[in-house]
Design a protein around this ligand. Sequence first.
Ligand SMILES: Nc1ncnc2c1ncn2[C@@H]1O[C@H](COP(=O)(O)OP(=O)(O)OP(=O)(O)O)[C@@H](O)[C@H]1O
Ligand SMILES: [Mg+2]
Length: 238
Amino acid sequence: MLEIRDLSAAYGESQVLWDVSLDVPDGGVVCLMGRNGVGKTTLLKAVMGLLPARSGRIAFDGVELRGRRPEERVVRGIGYVPQGREIFPNLTVAENLRVGHMGRRRGGPGERGAAAERELDQAFDLFPKLKSLLGRRGGVLSGGEQQQLAIARVLLASPRLLLLDEPTEGIQPSVILQIEEAIQRIKERGIAVLLVEQYLEFAWRVADSYAIMRKGTIVSRGATADLRHDAVREHLTV
Ligand SMILES: Nc1ncnc2c1ncn2[C@@H]1O[C@H](COP(=O)(O)OP(=O)(O)OP(=O)(O)O)[C@@H](O)[C@H]1O
Ligand SMILES: [Mg+2]
């Protein structure tokens, strides 16, 4: 589904990604791990087109994404939940969700409306708490609630691939469990996930495969079940 090959990217003169190759198969959950500052967020930004790639390829369903605008990548079926969540603090939960509908891909207006209703129900099904918070402004929600809102909002655009950047960062354990359950169910719906995560136990439970990044390049990858403690020690722990 997503095929990244020999991707390099830089902020101005400073190169951050070096020949990164990574695949996310249809319906698979891949966890990208690595210490702070190695380039995980930068890779997601490059996939979204928020940072131009310098060389290499990013193919989605066989279509080259390089040179295409972020909006077009959304329309093609890629959803992005950035690190730190970035919901609209001054909009209510309901309004934040309505913004999510705007990125919907298929169908005419009537069809879109019906599908959007269905997806809103599915979003409440994943995160029931949001239903009771509809009138509240995003900015006053807890970190966990904001994360749930951010994921729900992106799902309303019915992506086939979800990019999730550190969804457990700064979130209390009970809410982490809810997010974990939500990812399991997102997966059951056939949506593929590229998850950036430093919380190992969480990654272990939700991902099928992993890739470890170090200094802007992938240094280890495989099935999560085979993720070895020595690799974790070498590349992840400080
Ligand atoms: N907008 C920017 N301009 C210049 N350099 C940047 C910019 N954003 C990130 N960098 C640098 O690029 C490198 C990779 O950053 P990135 O945010 O991708 O790391 P990360 O792996 O996501 O880290 P973390 O785990 O802390 O989120 C870092 O050295 C960072 O300082
Ligand atoms: Mg990051």
